[in-house]
Design a binder for this molecule. Structure first.
Ligand code: MF3
Ligand code: CO
Length: 253
């Protein structure tokens, strides 16, 4: 069952989502050589609690932190640690929070200092793929139109889409129906309707699409060791089109 939200519920979801956007922007600006992923996690948790919200991931199926911080070949669900970022790394920062009874969820991938043109292109294409997926979040369309648009863009640029993890509905729960694959044929799955709120989150590998989970039970890495990027937004399907709830405050439209 897909839970649709009323316009006033979507308004109430803004707080959690704006908080996620603000904190991720702040963490992105903190990323620099020498910073540990634990430093980023501590800053994230402090900010979230200061604003009266709760981390959504901490304690979720035993996950130990506020942030997922996935470096280089780590795809998603990297656990913050004493690892220091070094120039040339990329780091994906994924965070969810609960505020006013609703969840928000978003992710960005950030370069640490200077990276090669190819790496810059990986980040750009992944973010563009997310934007193309968001463009399909229109009432009357189908769920799989989103993943199709993402896959077309990513593969057209010579990168690959991770199959093992998907986006999801979001609202009073972090993970709601429907699941949103980042690949597939268009025109399949449930019809998109006004009031659906979707966390769309492409994960894109520079090399092959296959991933595996490390012995910590969380960290997903590319099997071929290639770099991986992840961008995510929480998006409401409205009468007037997709409304991105996790854009940084000045950019909500
Ligand atoms: N953005 C991911 C998701 O929505 C992160 C979940 S991490 C977990 O599924 F720790 F909560 F599992
Ligand atoms: Co998510």
């Amino acid at each position: 069952m897909i839970v649709c939200k009323s316009p006033s519920e979507i308004e109430r979801m803004r707080a959690a989502n704006a908080l996620v956007a603000d904190v991720l922007a702040e963490l992105g600006a903190m990323v620099a050589p020498g910073v540990t992923t634990k430093d980023l996690d501590a800053a994230a948790e402090r900010r979230v609690r200061e604003r009266g919200a709760e981390p959504a991931f901490k304690g979720y199926r035993g996950y130990p932190a506020t942030l997922c911080a996935s470096v280089n070949e780590e795809v998603v669900h990297g656990i913050p640690s004493a690892r220091r970022l070094v120039e040339g790394d990329i780091v994906s920062l994924d965070m969810g929070v609960k505020l006013n009874g609703f969840f928000g969820d978003s992710a960005i991938t950030v370069a640490v200092g200077d990276v090669s043109d190819d790496v810059r292109r990986l980040l750009r294409v992944t973010e563009e793929a997310l934007e193309r997926g968001i463009g399909q979040a229109q009432a009357g369309g189908r769920i799989s139109d989103i993943g199709h648009a993402i896959q077309q863009h990513v593969e057209g640029q010579g990168f690959s889409v991770v199959r093992e993890f998907v986006g999801h509905g979001i609202g009073a729960s972090l993970h709601e129906e429907p699941q949103i694959a980042n690949y597939g044929e268009p025109g399949r799955g449930p019809r998109l309707a006004e009031g659906m709120v979707l966390a769309i989150e492409p994960m894109v590998n520079m090399g092959r699409p296959a991933v595996k989970v490390l012995a910590d039970g969380w960290t997903a890495v590319t099997r071929d060791g290639s770099l991986s990027a992840h961008f995510e937004h929480t998006v409401a399907v409205t009468k007037s089109g997709p409304l991105v709830l996790t854009r940084a405050a000045s950019r909500v439209r």
